[in-house]
Write a protein that binds this ligand. Structure first.
Ligand code: FEO
Length: 169
């Protein structure tokens, strides 16, 4: 496969792993703050990011490319309030959406149709990711400083089930 595309996908594998690392750190933050429902939600999110990385890992290999893993930065340790954490998650998803779009543009520029098709799954997935983080931010804004409402939301987020993979969700 084209070297520039291969390098950019390798970079994206690292970015997905970093997102997973960040969500795992957010999960640890919630565990430490005795909000196990939000911790569970973030842990599942971290697993999804690992699946995103693996999807790209498999794709590079299927195309006969070479996966070169990059160093993953340390994520933040402290994140502030539950609302602020989900705001940061939403912000991060918007950033990732931008990265996926740039990658798609590169594939289009190089006339690499297979990579464009592969990336379409990620484009749809990012719509879902921004939607779920955005919804969480809205709900946490409504709960504002009401700790009873926050605990209710924690229970609700604790009921999140793992995604089955396959379709972007
Ligand atoms: Fe891999 Fe949250 O996007």
């Amino acid at each position: 496969m084209d070297k520039a595309i291969q390098d950019a996908i390798n970079e994206q594998i690292k970015d997905e792993l970093f997102a997973g690392y960040m969500y795992l750190s957010m999960s640890a933050h919630f565990e430490n703050g005795n909000l196990p429902g939000f911790a569970h939600w973030m842990r599942l999110q971290a697993q999804e990011e690992l699946e995103h990385a693996m999807r790209l890992f498999d794709y590079v290999n299927r195309r006969g490319g070479r996966v070169v893993l990059q160093a993953v930065d340390q994520p933040p340790v402290e994140f502030g309030s539950a609302l602020s954490i989900f705001e940061q998650a939403l912000e991060h998803e918007r950033l990732v959406t931008g990265l996926i779009h740039r990658l798609y543009e590169l594939a289009a520029e190089k006339g690499d149709w297979a990579t464009q098709q592969e990336l379409q799954w990620f484009i749809a997935e990012q719509v879902e990711e921004e939607d779920s983080a955005g919804r969480a931010v809205d709900q946490l804004r409504m709960a504002a400083a009401d700790s009873a409402a926050l605990l209710m939301l924690d229970q609700q987020f604790g009921a999140r089930a793992p995604d089955g993979g396959g379709e972007a969700e």
